[in-house]
Design a protein around this ligand. Structure first.
Ligand code: FAD
Ligand code: NAP
Length: 536
């Protein structure tokens, strides 16, 4: 066929819709047994989006925007999955996919210029183009804690949550991990369990979501405003209509500064990272935002000693994704909740009975891991991808991922990546970023076909310049000061490179449009499947 699309998350689904609509033959492959990607796998109680649902939704069909009713500002996982299922049914996308099937290798056959994909079912697919919509946050990380496999109770991972309801009533539960997933889950488990012990290695910045239900009135208002919301989102830094205050932190007086922080706090969640435009660039500006944050959070926690542990000091605010919570800090005021600071008393081992720290054994019936992902490169690294001359993507990326515009890789012709390294994807509203990349892929294939071209591939020089540009941009911010997954710091042994493009979604879209207008500057347009490269 023309295209194989790997992944049935929001990006893979849109890829099937868009590429099929332009007459390409295709097959989709998905490891899960149904559509949804992130929202199929991460079914833990409390899972919600942290970009408002009105914005975190497909923009490709205005009628879809009008027909779907969001029930609250930040929809829960079941509602988002229902939406994705509605989209799959409405555009007949499921029929394109082979579910419960994993792509294990993708090898370029240089003679024919085709990609040959091996599936774990034993089948082989062959296509001109391959689109990896495999997700930036889909390769699940289970830490190698000694004795984990000896635990006698239930072990759950937020990103591989069972499909049936998990009942914590009356149980002693331990939670490892206080990133966005752990922070969303904590209040709900605390309400159900007899005892909840939260094992925190690193405190995270988290801000209440200010979630609220939509009413008929607010729904009518957002539907009427869709064209303008989308226009602003497309030109913004983060893919939503919210932009920072138009002046820098110290260009306004103290009263205005506090008012801006207050307004942004009320807006809720991750948006606080962008109160002022210099907040993640300038240390003094960041300290102001952090001081405001600390005051707010302290007011929510009764025990100042617990507050000390829950307030991060190791990284500037906003340099890891700010978590978006619903009652997280207040949960630590409950009598059945204990916070264990793993910096003071690290986990020694897990025993059949529970978790043993330097201090004591915490006897548990359930251990929940909210330990995150091998982000951005993990899903692609799990596939044996071989390009020109048998070059392995894993080997090419051993010192850190290299792409041109995040869309393609030199020596891997006709292979496209959606919202991976070098793309602004993970720093934005990822549905809109995925749509952008897929539209680019669709337009590019159409361009190749119209011009009788066999393929497209970044030049090594353009790729090197892009990688350098991404690193340079990140180095000019405070983002490199955090041990974040953006930088690979959460996976032992992973090279430390700031992986996303941090110049903003709007700017990125302009750059890509300019590259195309300039005859695909930085790409080689291939006239024949086999390309002789003198340097090899
Ligand atoms: P995914 O949804 O990750 O889908 C990729 C699919 O590819 C998966 O289903 C996987 O099974 C499949 N796959 C991978 N490898 C293979 C293989 N070898 N063979 C076959 N199939 C394979 N982003 C936001 O912008 N806003 C949010 O509010 C937000 N909330 C999030 C909440 C959670 C809990 C998490 C984990 C992430 C969140 N994200 C959010 C990021 C989220 O991942 C993206 O928004 C988006 O859903 C990604 O879609 P995708 O299609 O690119 O990838
Ligand atoms: P994460 O942010 O990487 O958090 C993982 C947590 O596990 C961290 O607290 C980490 O501590 C801890 N951890 C890992 N290994 C450990 C070990 N061996 N011992 C003790 N603690 C350990 O992962 P996540 O919470 O799943 O979130 C990942 C991303 O997904 C988010 O940044 C966000 O982009 C997205 N997400 C969004 C939402 C939402 O609100 N919509 C919800 C969930 C996820 P250290 O920090 O010390 O390593």
């Amino acid at each position: 066929m023309d295209v194989v699309v790997v992944g049935a998350g929001v990006a893979g689904l849109y890829a099937v819709h868009r590429l099929r609509a332009q007459g390409l033959s295709l097959v989709g492959v998905e490891a899960g047994s149904d559509v949804g990607g992130t929202w199929y796998w991460n079914r833990y109680p409390g899972a919600r989006c942290d970009v408002e649902s009105v914005d975190y939704s497909f923009s490709f069909d205005p009628q879809l925007e009008q027909d779907w009713d969001w029930s609250e500002r930040y929809a829960t996982q079941p509602e988002i999955l229902a939406y994705i299922n509605h989209v799959a049914d409405r555009y007949d996308l499921r029929s394109a996919f082979r579910f419960a099937t994993r792509v294990t290798s993708a090898v370029l056959d240089e003679k024919s210029g085709r990609w040959v994909l091996a599936l774990d079912s034993g089948d082989v697919l062959c296509s001109r183009f391959v689109v990896f919509a495999t997700g930036s946050l889909s390769a699940v990380r289970t830490p190698a804690i000694p004795g984990l496999d000896t635990f006698a109770g239930r072990i759950l991972h937020t990103a591989m949550w069972p499909h049936e309801e998990v009942d914590f009533a009356g149980r002693r539960v331990g939670l490892i991990g206080t990133g966005s997933s752990g922070i969303q889950l904590t209040p709900i488990v605390a309400e159900q369990a007899a005892e909840l012990t939260v094992f925190q290695r690193t405190a995270n910045y988290s801000i209440p979501a200010s979630n609220r239900p939509h009413t008929d009135e607010t729904r009518a208002a957002y539907k009427a405003a869709y064209p303008e919301r989308r226009r602003l989102s497309m030109t913004s830094g983060g893919g939503s209509p919210h932009t920072p205050y138009p002046r820098r932190t110290f260009e306004v007086d103290e009263a205005v500064r506090q008012e801006v922080f207050e307004r942004q706090w009320e807006l809720g969640g991750v948006l606080f990272a962008k109160a002022f435009p210099d907040q993640t660039r300038d240390e003094a500006a960041n300290s102001e935002a952090r001081a405001f944050y600390e005051r707010k959070v302290r007011s929510l926690i009764h025990d100042p000693g617990v507050a000390d542990k829950l307030i991060p000091r190791d990284h500037p605010i906003g340099t890891k994704r700010i978590c978006t919570d619903s009652g997280y800090f207040e949960t630590f005021n409950r009598p059945n909740v204990e916070l264990v600071d793993l910096r003071a008393t690290p986990i020694d081992e897990i025993t059949p009975l529970g978790i043993r720290t330097g201090e004591r054994v915490h006897e548990l019936e359930d251990i929940v891991l909210a330990t995150g992902f091998d982000a951005l490169t993990g899903a692609l690294g799990a596939i044996d991808i071989q390009g020109r001359g048998g070059r392995e993507l894993r080997g090419e990326w051993a010192a850190g991922p290299t792409t041109y515009l995040g869309l393609g890789v030199a020596d891997f012709p006709n292979m496209f990546i959606i919202t991976g390294p070098g793309s602004p994807g993970v720093l934005t509203n990822m549905i809109l970023a995925g749509e952008h990349h897929v539209d680019w892929v669709g337009d590019t294939i159409a361009y190749l076909d119209e011009h009788g071209l066999a393929g497209i591939e970044p030049t090594p020089e353009a790729q090197e310049r892009w990688v350098h540009h991404c690193v340079e941009l990140a180095d000019s911010t405070l983002m490199v000061k955090a041990n974040s997954w953006y930088i690979g710091a959460n996976v032992p042994g992973k090279p430390r490179v700031f992986m996303p493009y941090i110049g903003g979604f709007g700017r990125y879209r302009e750059i890509v449009a300019d590259v195309v207008a300039d005859g695909y500057r930085g790409f080689d347009l291939l006239e024949a499947p086999v390309r002789e490269r003198l340097e090899y």
